[in-house]
Write a protein that binds this ligand. Structure first.
Ligand code: SAM
Length: 212
């Protein structure tokens, strides 16, 4: 009873956000419905609104910071990030359909957003050239296995070319070990975002890693 009530409250809260911002991001879509299913790819479901506000302080972000959501879907985290004073916010998404919805969502909310430089890129993440100045990365468990490993290796390569601190905010961190195996990461924060979760499971947790 308590759980049903909590779930209902959460759903109503999320819908209130959608209504307030006039956007559409709250759906669960299997990738075969979008024609892009693939072995190490997940599904589309947005992270909770407020995830960034709960893991990142405004004071940590300046106009020199660049944010990327890898697997940005309908753009919910791009919208959230653009409320921070980032110099640039980027969303990289494989699905053309989700990319178009994200573009529409950004268009509808642009006036309310702090960051003016928002770039939505429709491509497979493996085709995307990661900029050397990215400083905050978001993953909502978008892909696993070799695809995730390649993206982490490419992020580490950006650190070698341009030494700096890189934050990775990882919602449902299924591939945490891949990040730790770089030998460059420490865990800065751990946040439980699901009320009911199986102990030890990566689902229901967000972790913030700092790589140098
Ligand atoms: C769980 S959803 C997360 C959406 C968004 N980050 C959010 O939290 O609102 C994962 C997204 O990753 C995308 N994705 C999966 N494989 C991808 C790839 N190889 N390149 C780019 N995007 C990919 C999916 O299409 C899906 O939209």
């Amino acid at each position: 009873m308590k759980t049903t009530y909590a779930r209902l409250r959460r759903t109503l809260g999320q819908l209130a956000y959608e209504k307030r911002y006039g956007v559409r991001t709250a759906e669960l879509i299997e990738l075969d419905q979008l024609g892009i299913a693939g072995e190490q790819r997940g599904y589309y479901v947005a992270a909770s609104w407020r995830t960034l506000r709960r893991t990142l302080s405004r004071k940590e972000v300046t106009a020199r910071d660049v944010f990327i959501d890898f697997g940005s879907g309908m753009g919910r985290m791009v919208l959230e990030a653009a409320r921070f004073p980032f110099g640039k916010v980027i969303g990289v998404e494989l699905s053309d359909e989700l990319h178009e919805i994200a573009k529409d969502n950004v268009q509808r909310t642009r006036q309310r957003l702090h960051c003016r430089d928002i770039e939505l890129v429709q491509t497979d993440v493996l085709e995307y050239e990661i900029p050397d100045d990215v400083s905050v990365v978001f993953f909502n468990n978008p892909f696993q296995g070799p695809v995730f490993t390649t993206v982490i290796e490419r992020l580490v390569a950006t650190l070698d070319r341009n030494p700096r601190e890189l934050k990775i905010i990882y919602y449902n961190p299924v591939e945490e070990q891949t990040i730790m195996a770089t030998g460059r990461a420490t865990i800065a924060r751990r946040l439980v975002h699901a009320r009911r979760r199986t102990a030890g499971s990566p689902f229901g947790v967000t972790k913030v890693f700092v790589l140098r």
